[in-house]
Design a protein around this ligand. Structure first.
Ligand SMILES: NC(=O)c1ccc[n+]([C@@H]2O[C@H](COP(=O)([O-])OP(=O)(O)OC[C@H]3O[C@@H](n4cnc5c(N)ncnc54)[C@H](OP(=O)(O)O)[C@@H]3O)[C@@H](O)[C@H]2O)c1
Length: 304
């Protein structure tokens, strides 16, 4: 049954590529489009078809979308649905409640089912099979899409109708921002007090405060490998979505606001092209120390 459903995939950036790769490797009937075609090309070796035009995905049973912002989502779905319509759209990018609701309305008017299905994890997490989804929309549509969501990770949490998944994801990423900032603060504090970063993080990761996140960020913080997993600007987008939601629901979010501005400071210094965990470098600078890679082999908690 899994191979009889035709799947379309829009967006093979860091996340989209790794997600689509799991579907292709799972033997799904998958056609893929990416604005920069070359990034999608390697999926061909797993049996995916890379198409040249969005319109070629318009009549798929399920159309997945994984791009950057709501503006981008609107643009690609608009172009994909010019010539026809899929049975269902599963939108996985991190976007606002309002954007998601607008999209639901537009798709409903065309008779297309819609699931909001943002994710938790980065490309490495996806490769390790540990991506998770939070999903909202019609329950029956969820049951149809569920086997494919399962194929991309460790499963999904269905949280109800409408755009509820969006608020869950926004809350999640606000936590991501606050936690990385705090993790950088305490790692620099430990180092300035005389402790190697790897020793401190080893303790933290084994403690009740350790998490999959603190573990998989440890190699970056110890060895200063800041290859992008998630860009500072995309994290800023999510903190902004969180603050907007806070205003809409009259919820004060003082820690999130402060974190957003610390991140903005980093972006203002031109630090936009590396990973968001370069917040560590900002913290070191503000603490008057110069960081060096420790060149220690430390686990990321994912590969075992
Ligand atoms: N990275 C993470 O750890 C992570 C985790 C969870 C959720 N997310 C969310 O997942 C989404 C994707 O993140 P990512 O890290 O994969 O970003 P990314 O690597 O920057 O990829 C963005 C993708 O969107 C496409 N795109 C952007 N604007 C477009 C437009 N106007 N028209 C057509 N295609 C467009 C890009 O195409 P090109 O290749 O042509 O540029 C690329 O395929 C974001 O909403 C992000 O917040 C990311």
């Amino acid at each position: 049954m899994l191979t009889r459903t035709s799947l379309g995939w829009i967006g093979t950036g860091r996340m989209g590529y790794a997600m689509a790769e799991r579907l292709a490797k799972g033997g799904c009937d998958l056609a893929v489009w990416n604005r920069t075609r070359d990034k999608a090309k390697p999926l061909e070796k797993y049996g995916a078809k890379v198409v040249n035009h969005l319109g070629e995905l318009s009549t798929k049973d399920i159309l997945f979308v994984m791009v950057s912002t709501y503006e981008d989502v609107k643009e690609v779905i608009g172009k994909a649905l010019v010539q026809g319509k899929p049975k269902m759209v599963v939108e996985c990018s991190s976007i606002s409640l309002e954007g998601s609701a607008e999209l639901r309305e537009q798709l409903a008017a065309k008779g297309v089912e819609y699931l909001a299905a943002p994710v938790s994890g980065n490309a490495k997490v996806i490769k390790a099979g540990k991506l998770t989804f939070v999903v909202s929309g019609p329950k029956a549509a969820y049951e149809t899409a569920r086997p494919y969501l399962d194929m991309m990770g460790t499963g999904s949490s269905y949280v109800g109708e409408g755009e509820l998944a969006r608020i869950a994801k926004i809350c999640h990423n606000v936590m991501l921002g606050v936690v990385i900032q705090n993790l950088c603060e305490i790692t620099i504090l430990a180092e300035k007090a005389g402790m190697p970063r790897h020793a401190f993080l080893d303790f933290l990761n084994k403690s009740v405060m350790g998490s999959m996140f603190t573990r998989y960020k440890t190699p970056a913080l110890v060895n200063l490998d800041f290859h992008v997993t998630f860009t500072p600007k995309l994290l800023r987008k999510d903190l902004d979505l969180g603050l907007e939601a806070g205003r809409r629901f009259d919820v004060p979010m003082p820690l999130s606001a402060l974190t957003r501005d610390l991140l903005q400071q980093m972006i203002g210094h031109g630090m936009t092209e590396q990973d968001f965990s370069t917040l560590l470098l900002m913290q070191a600078k503000a603490s008057g120390i110069e960081l060096k890679p420790e060149n220690k082999e430390v686990g990321d908690g994912l590969s075992s």
